[in-house]
Design a protein around this ligand. Structure first.
Ligand code: NQM
Length: 362
């Protein structure tokens, strides 16, 4: 901890998200005390998060906790924490591949990993799932250069690329064991290539899949149906009662409009994403390749290669994600997944929490 009042903190954009990054040693070791402090730093619960670092949306109410790893296959451990905006809740039940994009640079900034002269690779154990990721980025002259020419949809301007590779994770690709399930009378594909996600053809819900996130969020009948589907699918995926957690996500699929493989609208799980999560996209991409899945007949898969463009409300996310069948009748398994993101250090300093006991009425 940095003195009695504050905690050392770096604010970073990771991909299309923004979050507060901490060394584990700069936060209380006790989980309840840590979460209580994070709520006061981020400014939750409050729909405007006016008294904290949060940006009043789940995509900007995020925390990364990073430490040296004792796993011989990893350099650092990364714990992602989603801080709810309008509820006093901090959850580690989901991972985040966008905030992940800042973890390698942060580890170098804080001296956990020494920078190479030209490029640096950081092996990251993602504590939320136990899976690994390897992030590599330019470090000319042993320093991180955040500037560059890589553009990602949903972020203005350009920045230095962070390449992220995901070896095959440990979760089964099809958590229900089926390519297609019927949930609340609708065909869905439940898939997990890093993020538990329920794929649904937008048309089967009576929407086009080209609406704006705001229009979809304002459709209260749709919200209720998605809620029902999510609760049932969550159980079928072995996640138990998912009422209070942020997984599974729901991705509505429609035919592509801009030369990609598919158009998406992703609920995370109540707000509609303004783009799409990284691991969410990895799961959509793998799910589209599952024989008999709901993506068939909606998506247009390229004839060759593992690379796909997942279209979303503010552009597209390009991702490499393959699926293979070892033998006839076998369950499909994911092959390696890879993506390019960018990240940026926005602020480094001490975050001062709102005083304890000052939670607003809500
Ligand atoms: O799926 C939002 C985001 C995410 C998650 C969410 C993410 C991922 O865009 O890997 O990045 O799905 O809650 O930050």
């Amino acid at each position: 901890m940095t003195g009695p009042g504050g905690a050392r903190c770096m604010l970073m954009r990771g991909g299309t998200s923004k979050g507060a990054y901490f060394l584990a040693d700069d936060l209380p070791a006790d989980t309840a005390a840590r979460d209580e402090l994070l709520l006061r730093i981020v400014g939750s619960p409050d729909p405007r998060q006016i008294d904290g670092l949060g940006g009043a949306h789940p995509l900007t109410s995020k925390v990364a906790v990073v430490s040296r790893s004792d796993d011989p296959e990893a350099d650092v451990d990364y714990l992602f924490l989603q801080v709810a905006v309008d509820r006093p809740e901090v959850t580690g039940r989901q991972n985040c591949g966008n905030i992940l994009a800042g973890v390698g640079p942060f580890a170098v900034e804080r001296g956990l990993v020494a920078a190479g002269d030209d490029r640096t690779s950081v092996r990251i154990r993602m504590l939320n799932t136990g899976d690994l990721a390897v992030a590599s980025f330019a470090t000319p002259g042993g320093r991180i250069d955040y500037t560059g020419t890589t553009e990602i949809s949903g972020v203005p301007g350009t920045a230095a690329p962070v390449m992220i590779e995901f070896p095959v994770g440990r979760s089964p690709l099809l958590p229900t064991g089926h390519a297609r399930d019927t949930v609340v009378g609708l065909p869905v594909t439940c898939v997990d290539n890093g993020m538990p996600t329920v794929l649904i053809a937008a048309a089967s819900l009576g929407v086009t899949g080209y609406e704006t996130p705001r229009d979809l969020e304002e459709d209260s009948d749709l919200a209720e149906r998605l809620r029902e589907i999510r609760l049932k699918a969550g159980r079928a995926m072995g996640l138990g009662d998912v009422e209070a957690v942020t997984v599974p996500k729901l991705s509505l699929l429609a035919p592509p409009r801009h030369g990609g493989a598919v158009m998406t609208r992703t609920f995370i799980p109540v707000r509609c994403h303004t783009s799409i999560g990284v691991l969410g996209a990895a799961s959509v991409a793998a799910g589209l390749r599952v024989d008999g899945g709901v993506g068939q007949g909606v998506a247009r898969l390229p004839a060759h290669g593992d690379r796909l463009r997942i279209e979303h409300p503010t552009g597209f996310l390009e991702i490499e994600a393959g699926v293979e069948y070892d033998s006839a009748g076998a369950a499909p398994v994911a092959r390696h997944t890879a993506v390019v993101r960018t990240a940026r250090k926005i602020f480094d300093g001490t975050a001062f929490p709102r005083p304890a006991g000052a939670a607003p009425h809500h």
